[in-house]
Design a protein around this ligand. Structure first.
Ligand SMILES: Nc1ncnc2c1ncn2[C@@H]1O[C@H](COP(=O)(O)OP(=O)(O)OP(=O)(O)O)[C@@H](O)[C@H]1O
Length: 307
């Protein structure tokens, strides 16, 4: 049986002034699946999300939510979507529970039973009657998630949801998100510019660069093509690589870059040309293993070049 997508972006484009910000984007999101929306700053994530959330009109193309076109069936289509959790707006001096009751009034038909259900789904039963001002950042994010789930959405957009959370908070958030996607069959889109965050939370990754969708991959496949490079000066290398549209993250003393192995020699050459010293290049997934092998005398570095 073919699984129907919950959300479809069809040939979506946005031009502002003379600038084509989003260029013919096609993307399908499926029930129970968490898709990461990854791209460097300025790639067009926010603009795409705004069009998906009905906050901005596409120049061409359409967003289909649960079979409903936002062009021709806006209100009903949008009612299937969960609110964006981007630093959720919460009333600090009210309890978590009162916040949820307040937000429930904005929708039709949110029952007390549903409120209790979302509280359970995000694991907030014990603290829900305490004031939000006493909550940790992680708990606030989970309350934001509960709020977005009130109207039983089929589709949830989370824009940089773990901003500011510590690793334990991220892990916890991820556990609840997975449970919700599986239990309710919700399709989730998580936007981020951090590959490490997407890797931990998502089943699949859609990569956007310069307004174009450049790749859709399963998480395991993207891990395969991640490399660690140790360089000096790091900042110069980072800006040079991200100017080329490569997704770069700081990692230990160097950078993690997401490229195919075949691109490595060209990258090394370009960095060296800019007087950037390269001390090591290694396949990221092997790093721990390599460290272990080095300690035991059998280390292997894919390529190294020191000044
Ligand atoms: N109203 C606007 N007028 C002109 N240009 C815009 C407008 N909104 C966005 N842009 C440009 O469109 C591009 C994409 O912006 P967008 O905010 O969607 O990127 P992003 O991937 O969400 O980046 P970030 O992670 O930094 O938020 C950027 O180059 C931005 O400068």
């Amino acid at each position: 049986m073919e699984i129907k997508p919950i959300v479809e972006l069809k040939n979506l484009s946005k031009t502002i002034g003379k600038k084509k910000i989003i260029d013919q984007l096609d993307l399908s999101l499926y029930p129970g699946q968490i898709t990461g929306f990854l791209g460097p700053n300025g790639a067009g994530k926010t603009t795409t999300i705004r069009m998906m959330a009905g906050l901005m009109k596409p120049t061409t193309g359409d967003v289909i939510i649960d079979g409903l076109s936002l062009r021709s069936n806006f209100e009903l289509g949008i009612s299937k979507m969960g609110a964006i959790v981007e630093n959720p707006e919460l009333y600090k001096f009210m309890s978590g529970y009162k916040n949820l009751v307040h937000f429930a009034r904005m929708h039709h038909n949110v029952t007390k039973k549903r409120i209790d259900e979302v509280i359970r789904q995000v694991g907030m039963e014990k603290r829900i009657h305490e004031k939000v001002s006493t909550y940790s950042l992680g708990m606030r994010q989970r309350l934001g998630l509960a709020q977005a789930l009130l109207n039983n959405p089929k589709f949830l957009i989370l824009d940089e949801p773990t901003n500011g959370l510590d690793p334990a908070g991220i892990r916890e958030f991820r556990t609840y998100l997975r449970k919700i996607a599986e239990e309710d069959g919700v399709s989730v889109l998580v936007s981020s510019h951090l590959l490490s965050e997407i890797e931990l939370m998502c089943d699949r990754i859609a990569v956007i660069q310069n307004g174009k969708l450049v790749a859709i991959r399963e998480v395991n496949a993207i891990e395969e093509s991640q490399y660690y490079i140790e360089v000096q000066p790091v900042d110069k290398a980072r800006s040079l690589l991200s100017d080329k549209g490569i997704i770069v993250e700081n990692y230990q003393d160097g950078l993690l870059i997401n490229v195919e192995q075949s691109a490595i020699p060209t990258i090394v050459e370009q960095l060296v040309k800019q007087n950037i010293a390269i001390y090591a290049v290694s396949h990221h997934r092997k790093t721990l293993e390599e460290q272990f092998l080095e300690m035991t005398g059998g280390g292997q570095v894919v390529e190294s070049n020191s000044k």
